[in-house]
Design a protein around this ligand. Structure first.
Ligand SMILES: NC(=O)c1ccc[n+]([C@@H]2O[C@H](COP(=O)([O-])OP(=O)(O)OC[C@H]3O[C@@H](n4cnc5c(N)ncnc54)[C@H](O)[C@@H]3O)[C@@H](O)[C@H]2O)c1
Length: 261
């Protein structure tokens, strides 16, 4: 239970879903957690959950698409806790059910470029100088299986997320000499508020869910906790020789074109 003892972890987008599950797990493993999100209510709920489980956490409101806010957040965490050892740069989002080149507006496209690409540039840019000064750190970026094998009508989501493959690998090469490891998670279908929203927007939510489930060799949609445990691996010394790596957390989705019949 002490794999992150004495470490300070910043988790962006931890006011919900996988980010929240990761905050709780990192805390159980001994980390002090800086919970960050644009959603103040969700962020405070995560802090309350961590504290109720005996952990140490504080909320730092931040829009990760804004460089000034990201820098101020990182500075505030350093002022409060003195260091940042782990960063899980997790925030990301999509456009909606009709994400095609013709349907998407220029504003949609720019919003997603900022949310899914620029935000990770800003977070890592602000944190890495502190990690260099401290003598090392671990960074985890959340990508998605859509960056490798996409569906129809999710083009901007898949396109923007695919840029993070190279961001992860470039960061890993550029800062290995500073003892900073950079890895990424590529979750498949994980039941979080993001997916619930999609299912509930469908005329038949149960049918929509079943259509997703059938594509997964393990035979079920994943949980936020199952992604969090992989983030823990990358964050901990168990992964001390692992950098520039992308781990599919997808129940076998990326193994091939699976048909249970
Ligand atoms: N749910 C899935 O099946 C799935 C699969 C693959 C990858 N992902 C990725 O996981 C990440 C989060 O997904 P989730 O399912 O946990 O979603 P979620 O909606 O439950 O959580 C996203 C969090 O990010 C926050 N956020 C949104 N915009 C922000 C901003 N500008 N600044 C700061 N915080 C902001 C939201 O308030 C929310 O708390 C995304 O990067 C997503 O692409 C999700």
């Amino acid at each position: 239970m002490d794999r992150l003892k004495g470490r300070v972890a910043l988790i962006t987008g931890s006011g919900s879903g996988m980010g929240r599950a990761t905050a709780r797990l990192f805390s159980k493993e001994g980390a002090t957690v800086a919970v960050s999100d644009i959603d103040e209510r969700g962020g405070n709920e995560t802090v309350a959950a961590v504290r109720a489980e005996g952990g140490v956490a504080s909320f730092f409101r931040c829009d990760v698409t804004k460089g000034v806010e990201v820098k101020a957040t990182v500075d505030a965490i350093i002022a409060k806790y003195g260091r940042i050892d782990i960063v899980h740069s997790h925030v990301g989002g999509d456009i909606g059910p009709a994400d095609t080149v013709v349907e998407d507006s220029e504003e949609d496209w720019e919003r997603l470029m900022n949310l899914n690409i620029k935000s990770h540039f800003l977070v890592t840019k602000s944190v890495i100088p502190h990690m260099i000064r401290q003598g090392g750190g671990a960074i985890i970026i959340t990508i998605t299986t859509n960056a490798f094998m996409n569906y129809r009508h999710v083009q901007a989501y898949g396109t923007t997320k695919s840029a993070l493959i190279q961001l992860t690998k470039s960061l890993a090469m550029d800062y290995a000499e500073n003892n900073i490891r950079v890895n990424a998670l590529a979750p498949g279908e994980i039941l979080t508020p993001l997916w619930e929203k999609h299912f509930n927007a469908h005329p038949n939510p149960a049918e929509a869910k079943e259509a997703v489930r059938r594509k997964i060799p393990i035979g079920r949609i994943g949980t936020a906790e199952e992604v969090a445990s992989c983030a823990l691996f990358f964050a901990s010394d168990d992964a001390r020789y692992v950098t520039g790596n992308i781990l599919f957390v997808d129940g076998g989705l990326m193994a091939g074109f699976y048909d249970p019949s």
